[in-house]
Ligand binder design. Structure first.
Ligand code: ARG
Length: 467
């Protein structure tokens, strides 16, 4: 006997409720403001699920056709902006399902057979992040290409290499840029490795324990392009390791971006004047008319705080959470989305900025001509003359102290002055004391000699398909 419907039954889960949900509760629990971004994945998952239900005899062909057409129509409405998401319907899953039931009736109401929102949201998030992995791999490749183009363009130009932000040894600008090529390359590998663990289907785990209905998880996984299905229904419905891994990759990418940003901020200062960041990528001051500020690298550096913060949010969310699904997990989406948006925007604007960067090569070279930057080369020279390294270190240290006192550089010293520190020093020392000689002597694998750097550029260009 059908009684008067209680207010709560307007909800898809309203059957056991006698009272309507409080508005404050609807507002507090709703996630539609942000999870609507998952709609295309939710719909793709539902279509694959429905097709499987038909194969298993749970839906008829007519019902399946109606579900597919209905979902396609809803997707079009959402794409076109005419679909109205309702916060009283909580989330993206129920907004779409309710719209489907309203559109096609009973067939729509069968769609949720053998499925829970718990495996549904795990599915949507995995599909979404899988796409983001592919997108990030492209963005990282673009950033790598920009670094390699700069390395190619400035091949042969020399700058000081730093440790402790003190001039240490001369290096090629190209070598410095290729360091970032390596970092972005590792980031790309990490993202693609993380993709492997994302790319397993949780659908069919249902609420937590699996289902008694005759489903075929493997065929749905295959249809959605997954490499397989997850193994344990309880693990899968509450698992967000894959999201933590993805955001951890994001945090490391943003950390790398913050390092190059920091260098750009320093290098574009008047104190360094190593680079000119194009006007297009700078902003001015509202009070100081002379200012040209490196806001883009500053913001990228600053945004590493929010990405690392998102990672901490996810860890804290999962810590101590009992199996299986808990509503806490709804809080996973905003940090994930924020990390995706922040890192992708930072990566692409950094690539754009680097593509427009001009190095002041004269100034950079000049900076290698003071500060005893070839002192290590003199020590190595002595080692080759059979002086034990520790002794050589002392000899060069005393020579440097002598130069500081005289106010000159090592290469300004006369041979007999140098020989006072070690009789092993001969006329050939001057080749070693030159900055170019120093750079080109560093032929060890991974070193900064032009020959090595040129090989590294060629390898990178090949790997990136730039030649
Ligand atoms: N909106 C929820 C989330 O994002 C979907 C799953 C809700 N499941 C549930 N039984 N309440 O996690």
């Amino acid at each position: 006997m059908s009684k008067e419907k209680p207010a709560g039954s307007e909800k898809l889960w309203g059957g056991r409720f006698a009272e309507a949900t409080a508005h404050s509760v609807e507002a507090f629990t709703s996630s539609i403001q942000y999870d609507s971004r998952l709609y295309s994945y939710d719909i793709a998952g539902s279509k694959a699920h429905a097709a499987m239900l038909k194969r298993q005899g749970v839906l008829t062909q007519d019902e399946l056709d109606a579900v597919i057409d209905g979902l396609s129509a809803i997707e079009k409405e959402i794409d076109g902006g005419s679909f109205v998401f309702k916060s009283e319907l909580e989330d993206v899953h129920m907004n779409i399902e309710k719209a489907l039931v309203d559109k096609i009736g009973p067939a729509g109401a069968k769609l949720h057979s053998a499925r829970s929102r718990n495996d549904q949201i795990a599915l949507d998030l995995r599909l979404y992040l899988r796409d983001q992995c592919d997108r990030f791999a492209v963005l990282l490749t673009d950033a790598q290409k920009t670094c390699v183009s700069l390395a190619r363009h400035y091949l042969g130009d020399i700058m000081p290499g730093y440790t402790h932000l003190q001039r240490a040894q001369p290096v090629l600008i190209s070598h410095h840029m290729l360091a970032y090529y390596e970092m972005f390359g590792r980031d790309r590998q990490r993202i693609l490795d993380c993709r492997k663990r994302i790319n397993l289907s949780p659908l069919g785990c249902a609420a937590l324990a699996g289902t008694g209905l005759p489903i075929d998880r493997e065929s749905v996984a295959e249809e959605l392009g997954f490499d397989g299905v997850t193994a344990n229904s309880m693990d899968s419905s509450g698992d967000r390791d894959f999201a933590i891994e993805f955001v951890s990759c994001c945090a490391l990418i943003q950390t790398h971006l913050s390092r190059i940003s920091e260098e750009l901020v320093l290098w574009s200062s008047q104190e360094f004047s190593f680079v000119d960041i194009s006007d297009k990528f700078c902003t001015g001051s509202s009070i100081m008319p002379q200012k040209k500020n490196p806001d883009i690298p500053e913001l990228i550096r600053g945004k590493s705080g929010r990405v690392i913060g998102s990672l901490m949010t996810l860890f804290t969310l999962l810590k101590g959470l009992p199996l299986t699904y808990n509503r806490d997990l709804q809080e996973d989406k905003e940090p994930v989305f924020d990390a995706v948006d922040t890192v992708s925007a930072s990566l692409s604007i950094m690539a754009e900025l680097l593509g427009n960067l001009r190095f002041n090569t004269d100034r950079m070279k000049k900076a290698t001509q003071t500060g005893f930057i070839t002192a290590t080369d003199l020590a190595d020279y002595l080692v080759m003359k059979n002086v034990p390294f520790r002794e050589a270190h002392g000899i060069v240290g005393r020579s440097v102290a002598f130069c500081i006192e005289k106010g000159c550089e090592l290469e300004d010293l006369q041979l007999d002055d140098l020989q006072k520190f070690s009789p092993a020093i001969g006329e050939d020392v001057y080749a070693v004391l030159s900055v170019d000689g120093s750079v080109n002597s560093r032929l060890s694998t991974g070193g900064t000699a032009r020959k090595r750097v040129e090989e590294a550029i060629e390898k990178a260009e090949k790997q990136l398909g730039m030649v």
